[in-house]
Design a binder for this molecule. Structure first.
Ligand SMILES: Cc1cc2nc3c(=O)[nH]c(=O)nc-3n(C[C@H](O)[C@H](O)[C@H](O)COP(=O)(O)O)c2cc1C
Length: 267
């Protein structure tokens, strides 16, 4: 049996599966039924478009069973004003409550990020969730060690080191938790896939009242500073491509700050 089979008794012959397949893996037979190309199994990227677009469930894909592909409730819509407000009101949170975020809420946000697009649908991101404030603090200290070493190169790091010595945490902002994304180091789309996944995580988190902030300095240190890499436990053949502190925000924002005018050229 090929990777994809068609149940001709319910197929509407609308050609949708053939049209949406990004790799063009279907042909039509003489009666207009779609047929998965012979020898094409290895070319399928498993995006599930053929399964998702069929209105009758006439298509069965060995790796993407119908029972794992829930029906879309088309009457459940997101209002555009609500979506716009979520997009615009999400802020980088740098002041957190000590109260831990329930794991169930974080799981939901990771789950939302699972449906982020990824190049060639490879879904290469791995999540590392640091749950204890003590460990987050330890990691921030390791970033400070990295900055101490780099002081000659970037003088602005001196102010972070000074703040740390005064008992502040300018690196991970005393956040209770930290999310880190790592991917295989030979995957060329790592940075894009990781950024999309974390951006989706951050919006899903914001919708649940969780505050997030990208941890750029930790990201910079994570691949080159081995004590930090070891503390994170990143596999030898992986690289860190994203990190985000998170927790419940200590303050609520009341306004949406202005942004630069968009630079766009319409042709
Ligand atoms: C890749 C990236 C790295 C960042 N790194 C840091 C960081 O290390 N520390 C920090 O406080 N904010 C960091 N930020 C947050 C930005 O400063 C913030 O997104 C920007 O000021 C806009 O504010 P907003 O996110 O509240 O809209 C980072 C953002 C991005 C996208």
């Amino acid at each position: 049996m090929r990777l994809v089979a068609i149940d001709k008794s319910i197929c509407r012959r609308d050609g949708a599966c053939k049209a949406v397949c990004p790799i063009d893996l279907f042909v039509l037979d003489s009666e207009g039924f779609p047929v998965f190309r012979e020898g094409a199994d290895g070319n399928c990227i498993g995006c599930g478009h053929c399964v998702a677009v069929c209105p009758n469930g006439a298509l069965s894909h060995k790796n993407l069973p119908l029972e794992d592909s829930p029906l879309i409730n088309h009457s459940l819509t997101v209002s555009i004003p609500a979506l716009n407000q979520l997009l615009k009101s999400r802020r980088s949170v740098r002041e957190f409550k000590e109260e831990p975020v329930p794991k169930v809420l974080v799981r939901e946000a990771i789950e939302a990020a699972r449906w982020a697009p990824s190049a060639v649908n490879r879904q290469q991101v791995h999540w590392l969730m640091i749950q204890t404030p003590a460990e987050v603090k330890h990691l921030a200290g390791l970033v400070i060690d990295y900055l101490r070493k780099s002081k000659e190169l970037e003088p602005r790091y001196a102010s972070f080191i000074k703040q740390w010595e005064q008992g502040k945490d300018p690196i991970l902002r005393n956040a209770p938790h930290l999310a880190v994304i790592h991917t295989p180091d030979d995957w060329i789309w790592s940075s894009v896939d990781s950024a999309i996944a974390l951006a989706q995580f951050e919006l899903a988190a914001a919708a649940r009242g969780i505050g997030t902030c990208w941890a750029g300095l930790l990201m910079r240190a994570a691949n080159g500073h081995y004590p930090l890499r070891d503390a994170l436990g990143i596999p030898a053949d992986h690289c860190v491509f994203g990190a985000m502190m998170y927790g419940f925000p200590r303050f609520r924002y009341h306004r949406i700050p202005p942004r630069k005018e968009v630079r766009v050229e319409w042709r």
